[in-house]
Design a protein around this ligand. Structure first.
Ligand SMILES: [Zn+2]
Ligand SMILES: [Zn+2]
Length: 363
């Protein structure tokens, strides 16, 4: 580490970075988030520093906020947030493509390209994945591997907050491609939160003939209707399995997508699929949980059951292109904008609100 004065002199004349301290939201524990002054990261070879212009909230972040941890991976206190976009403020030695002032976003991961899974082409399952957290801050430093493989320039007409949503959309694209949604398919989605709604937008564009979406909150189902769902089911008032069967002449949906992350709804998904259909268990369940699968269903019903984890750099690029072309309009999912200083209130809002989907935090 350089002494403070050396860091300061290093920044002289650097466009965009006018100070050595920045605001960053630090997570100390369950519902204990503090906006603090911390050092602006210093860029090394191959790295770039970004002035964050917008960071969007994510279900994973809300889980971390409410539980204070994610399966032992996170050491407190920590910076967090992983959906963001901003301007290049500083460029490290050896970076040729990115220049100061460029509007960019980066994925929150980069595979190593070298491990067994990468060599198999399963980049999302890389065994040496590099992760990037810390979007809820004024600046974020992008490490070399992510600069090289998973940083994209944002087209001028795309706003920072739209570009930030590239990450969850990339995950959804990976999932639905694996599930092979086809033209005319009936797709049933369990959960109308941000991830369920992104699935809705995506499968509609992939040519799903009918999309059935279920949730326990009417306000979310209303938003799903606005986003062109064909049938909604309030799981508090109706039996989701029965209703889905009824809507599909008793056959079940061609593809069922679980977008909540609970063993109960994983099992429910299995009861909603037609013979020969596919169940995409998308939502991550708490560690150590298990589900029951009927051997008869698997054998005589030829059900395909699949999970989907994270995504790949190619899907990040594709997601940004789909947002930029207007093919997938994610604007309605950003329901509020708040200052980074109010991040704690933003998460309290998300935990209780029936109408908020994603909040853009502006540092
Ligand atoms: Zn996310
Ligand atoms: Zn790898």
């Amino acid at each position: 580490m350089l002494p403070y004065s050396a860091q300061a002199s290093k920044r002289e004349g650097v466009i965009g970075v006018t100070k050595d301290k920045m605001k960053a939201a630090m997570l100390y524990g369950v519902k204990d988030l503090r906006v603090e002054n911390v050092d602006v990261p210093v860029v090394g070879n191959g790295e770039i520093l970004i002035r964050v212009r917008a960071a969007t909230t994510c279900g994973t972040d809300l889980k971390i906020f409410q539980r204070g941890y994610v399966s032992g991976v996170i050491k407190l206190p920590t910076v967090f947030g992983h959906e963001w976009a901003g301007d290049v403020a500083e460029v490290g030695k050896g970076v040729s493509y990115f220049q100061k002032g460029m509007r960019v976003r980066a994925g929150n991961s980069s595979p190593c390209l070298r491990c067994y899974m990468c060599q198999k082409g399963k980049f999302n399952l890389c065994e040496d994945m590099m992760w990037l957290w810390g979007a809820y801050a004024e600046y974020i430093k992008v490490p070399q591997r992510i600069v090289m493989l998973n940083t994209q320039v944002i087209p001028d007409h795309v706003t920072y907050e739209e570009a930030a949503v590239t990450e969850p959309l990339a995950c959804v694209l990976h999932g639905v491609e694996e599930a092979r949604v086809k033209l005319g398919d009936t797709v049933a989605i369990i959960g109308a939160g941000p991830i369920g709604l992104l699935h809705l937008l995506t499968v509609k564009k992939m040519g799903a003939g009918r999309v059935i979406i279920s949730d326990t909150v009417d306000e979310r189902l209303k938003l799903a209707e606005k986003l062109d769902s064909d049938e909604t089911i309030n799981a508090k008032q109706e039996d989701t399995v029965e209703k889905t069967k009824k809507l599909t002449d008793d056959y079940g949906a061609d593809v069922v997508i679980e977008a909540i992350g609970l063993p109960a709804t994983w099992e429910q998904a299995l009861k909603m699929v037609r013979k020969g259909g596919t169940v995409l268990e998308f939502g991550g369940c708490p560690p150590g949980t298990e589900v029951k699968v009927s051997t008869e269903q698997l054998h005589y019903g030829e059900t395909t059951i699949m999970g989907a984890f994270h995504t790949t750099p190619a899907h990040f690029k594709k997601a940004l292109n789909l947002i930029a072309s207007g093919t997938i309009n994610i604007k309605p999912l950003i329901t509020k904008r708040m200052k980074l200083d109010n991040i704690e209130r933003a998460f309290e809002t998300l935990a209780t609100s029936k109408t908020d989907v994603k909040i853009a935090l502006l540092p």
